[in-house]
Write a protein that binds this ligand. Structure first.
Ligand SMILES: Nc1ncnc2c1ncn2[C@@H]1O[C@H](COP(=O)(O)OP(=O)(O)OP(=O)(O)O)[C@@H](O)[C@H]1O
Length: 576
């Protein structure tokens, strides 16, 4: 999206009724109009004052009136400008709120589906957004408009009071300035994008390190990580240094043009005063307007530098909000028979190596299925494709004859639920985590279940209001899994896929969990478990054996043991 496109989109958003900021916009506009009027009237009062002083001394009241008018315009403009700032701040606030929520709403499904490292840049991108919007709305949209209007008003006053050729010189000077800005803008955009990307990399790196604080400290790697952060900061510094260099070149060109225009203007005006064709007051008025117009331009370099990076940040956020609409249309409808079928599935991650190839399978509704295989054989990848989390490169997955890709994210959990290998918990209370949607069982049921599964040692009460800490750090690995399984026990869903969700449980608890999850709604739930446990494979109705990204065998454990040598190898002595 071009810079102009972004500015137009922001302007449209600001005007939209949804944002609820029209009132602030109208007030800001009214206040700015008054500020512009003061900016034109003040110097005119000064001209009147100087012309009065240049002639025979008039009545003191007249002098006082001009002085009051001049100073009053200056003071009122400053007060109104401050009031106007609070109106634009409200508008920026509303804009940031809307863009942030839209971007977050669009980013979460993408992050879920992509399973890549790019998600780390989203928090930094959204954190910088209010500052970026302030710079762009306040510094560009709001500043350029009034400067332009003030230029027109000043040029009109000059044309009506002084000679039109001065308007011509000032107009040409401003056009020259804009031309130079235009020429430098393309180069500036490249540097601004690079600076924004480097800033994103810095925030991603820092949050990654903070998230892994224990890993860093326990392994004595603090200096190494600080060095790494230092390198990313240097890259950012280099990117911004290149950006400021290009801005300096642009500023040199801009202000040579403006300087030449001002020299010509003042020289001509000075000669006219000498020849009596212009009064001293008119000279002062002309030079005040000329500098009023050009001085704000000098701060434009800094604004452009910041706004360039801010625009790149806003572009990233808008790109997120441009997410495609949900795939397909879906009529929510329960189906009695949730058979799961996959046909010739293949999948590869971004690195290009095939993670899955030519997988076809059929899982009848209500079965208990174990997916087994060595590490890295593609079990989690297959589970995520079956759940519709990852989209296959070829082939399709159907649940009850419906292509899973056509079920929108907001509905999919009603039909198939995938519990990932790494259970992410919120830094909220145990109660909030355990009753996290779509679970909706009474807390007394959960309590009973947790006691049966020995969540705590016997006799110790469960504190449901306990805050769990980041990622549930106040719980043990087994407790985290029991919490998640107790939650899932309260979810009524046709197909449930557990990705090693019982790996930290003792065998007795695991057997109880499986019985409990299967026993719901008359065993109508299909339970698919990825497991490295022999007992689970033995208890399953169907075992899917993965090896090297292929489905090497499907059948009961006993059948596979009979006919598949690699399957036998998997369960050799150490497990037994
Ligand atoms: N996000 C990713 N990007 C690139 N490659 C990936 C990604 N996730 C997994 N892989 C690769 O895909 C292959 C299959 O991984 P997968 O997680 O499906 O294996 P798995 O059988 O579940 O392993 P484990 O038993 O260790 O959990 C591995 O080689 C892994 O490195």
């Amino acid at each position: 999206m071009t810079t102009f496109g972004i500015l137009v989109r922001l302007r449209r958003l600001m005007l939209s009724a949804d944002l609820g900021a029209r009132r602030s916009l109208t007030e800001a506009f009214a206040l700015e109009t008054l500020v512009i009027a003061m900016g034109v009237a003040g110097p005119y009062a000064l001209k009147l004052l100087i012309d009065t002083l240049a002639g025979p001394v008039g009545p003191p009241m007249q002098l006082l009136l001009y002085i009051l008018l001049f100073v009053g315009c200056w003071a009122a403009a400053a007060i109104l400008e401050t009031a106007r700032l609070s109106c634009t701040a409200k508008m920026v606030d509303a804009l940031a709120r809307q863009l942030k929520t839209h971007a977050l709403g669009a980013a979460l499904p993408r992050i879920t589906a992509a399973r890549d490292s790019r998600s780390g840049r989203v928090p930094g991108m959204l954190e910088r957004l209010p500052y970026s919007l302030t710079l762009v709305v306040e510094g560009l949209i709001w500043r350029l408009g009034p400067v332009f209007l003030q230029a027109l008003a000043s040029l009109a006053v000059i044309a009506s009071l002084i000679e039109p050729r001065y308007v011509l010189i000032l107009g040409m000077t401003l056009l020259g300035f804009l031309g130079a800005t235009w020429m430098g803008a393309a180069r500036h955009r490249v540097h601004a994008d690079a600076t924004n990307a480097a800033a994103s990399h810095v925030s991603r790196t820092i949050s990654d390190i903070v998230r892994n604080a224990r890993r860093v400290i326990l392994n004595g790697a603090l200096d190494r990580e600080l060095h790494y952060v230092g390198r990313t900061l240097s890259a950012k510094r280099q990117a911004s240094a290149a950006m400021y260099h290009s801005l300096t070149v642009m500023a040199a060109l801009q202000f040579c043009i403006v300087g030449a225009g001002l020299v010509a203007l003042l020289m001509l005006a000075g000669l006219d005063v000498g020849k009596g064709r212009m009064t001293a007051g008119e000279f002062v008025l002309l030079q005040t307007y000329a500098f009023r117009l050009t001085v704000p331009l000098s701060s434009l370099g800094y604004i452009l530098a910041q706004a360039g990076v801010a625009i790149a940040n806003i572009r990233d956020v808008l790109a997120l909000t441009n997410a495609e609409d949900e795939r397909g249309s879906w009529q929510p409808d329960r189906f009695a028979n949730a058979d799961l079928a996959a046909e010739n599935l293949s999948f590869r991650y971004d690195d290009g190596l095939p993670a899955l190839a030519g997988i076809s399978l059929h899982i009848a509704s209500g079965r208990f299925v174990a997916i087994v295989g060595p590490n890295g054989s593609g079990k989690s990848t297959l589970a995520q494709i079956l759940a519709g989390v990852l989209a296959p490169a070829a082939g399709r997955v159907e649940i009850a004859g419906v292509d899973i890709a056509t079920i929108p994210w907001g509905e999919r959990h009603r039909y198939i639920l995938y519990a990932p290998q790494f259970i992410g918990l919120f830094n909220r209370s145990l109660r909030e985590n355990i009753l996290y949607p779509p679970a909706n069982q009474p807390i007394s049921d959960v309590e009973e279940l947790l006691h049966v599964w020995r969540f705590h040692e016997p006799g110790r009460p469960i504190d449901f209001d306990m805050e769990l800490g980041e990622q549930g750090e106040r719980l043990s690995g087994g407790q985290i899994q029991k919490l998640e399984l107790a939650r899932l026990a309260g979810v009524d869903v046709p197909v449930l896929i557990l990705d090693e969700s019982t790996s930290a449980l003792d065998p007795r608890s695991e057997a109880d969990v499986i019985a409990r999850l299967r026993g719901r709604t008359n065993s109508a739930t299909t339970l698919i478990m990825i497991t490295h446990r022999l007992a689970t494979a033995k208890g399953a109705d169907q075992v899917l054996f993965m090896n090297g990204g292929e489905l090497v065998g499907s059948g009961t454990h006993a059948e596979l043991m009979r006919r598949c040598v690699t399957y036998q190898d998997l369960w050799l002595a150490p497990q037994e």
